[in-house]
Each structure stands twice: as C-alpha cells, then as structure tokens.
Design a protein around this ligand. Structure first.
Ligand SMILES: [Zn+2]
Length: 163
C-alpha cells in the first residue's frame, strides 16, 4: 500500500508543480504527508524506514491501533499546523509557509482518501462521529494494482496537460 500512497501524493504534487502552485519543499512534504498516517501500521512504509526496535514497536502498536487516531482529519490538520509552524520558524515567506502546510494537508488527505477506497475504511471524524467511509478496493489485490495504474495514467495526463 505504501507505493500506492506515495504515488498518489506524487501525482498530486506533479499536477500542482505544472500549474506553478508548488512551494520548494512541496514534493517532500506531500509524500511524507501521504505516508505519515501509517506510522500506526507495523508494516507501514515510514515505520519500516525508521525500523523501530521490537521493544518500542510493540507499545506503539498497542497505543495506536491501525487506522485509529492518525487516520482522522484532526491528525491531518494537526500535522499541517505543525508543518506551518516549522516552515515559519525556518524563516519562509507567508506564501511559502502556507503552501508547505497545504502540501502536508493534501498529502495527508490523499492517504485518507486512498484508505477510504479500502473495505476497512476510514473514520474521518472519529471520535466525534464514528461513521466510516469505505470502498471495494482490497490492499494487495488486483483492484489496488489497477488503481495504481490509474494513478500512472493520471500522472501522464498531468504531464501532457497544457496550462
Ligand atoms: Zn493508512
């Protein structure tokens, strides 16, 4: 699922970049944002990169059930505000600061949208509202494969689009 998420983030960034709407660190922030929600997943891409030792990974798994608190719009907003804080602290202009925060929000949001296509679904507004958004595409299935190719087609369309 990690590659699909990163691909989703990348395609969105590419479209923004072509429309000259992307801040300098946009792609980095956007792809990090698209992978960040799965820090609660033992086999998530970021977790594997960080490679937490077992004695740490176990408690993190217990504190954060998969598709728990990190799979909500609140977590997305929190990480975006954090990004805005970091970008402002680094001395960026207001426009770049807000753009970088928006890149995080779009990346994070794209992850939640992609997970919402999965039967396990996403409780976007949990714990405020427990309703779940879910779809028919199973992780690691033909469906995800087709979806991944769909993203590549979207990428080619974004590349060919005349602004
Ligand atoms: Zn996820």
């Amino acid at each position: 699922m990690g590659s699909t998420h990163a691909m989703g983030g990348f395609v969105i960034w590419f479209a923004l970049e072509r429309a000259h709407l992307s801040p300098p660190l946009g792609i980095v922030v956007l792809v990090i944002g698209s992978l960040l929600p799965d820090i609660d997943h033992p086999h998530g891409t970021l977790r594997q990169v960080m490679d937490l030792p077992k004695f740490l990974a176990q408690p993190v798994n217990e504190i954060l059930p998969h598709r728990g608190p990190t799979h909500t719009i609140w977590a997305g907003i929190s990480f975006s505000l954090l990004t805005i804080g970091l970008a402002a602290w680094a001395g960026n202009s207001l426009l770049v600061t807000l753009g970088t925060g928006l890149a995080m929000l779009i990346g994070y949001g794209s992850h939640l949208v992609l997970d919402s296509l999965n039967p396990s679904g996403v409780k976007w507004l949990s714990p405020w509202k427990d309703s779940k958004l879910h779809g028919p595409i199973r992780t690691g299935s033909r469906g995800e494969e087709f979806f991944f190719y769909g993203l590549i087609v979207a990428f080619i369309l974004a590349a060919l689009w005349q602004y």
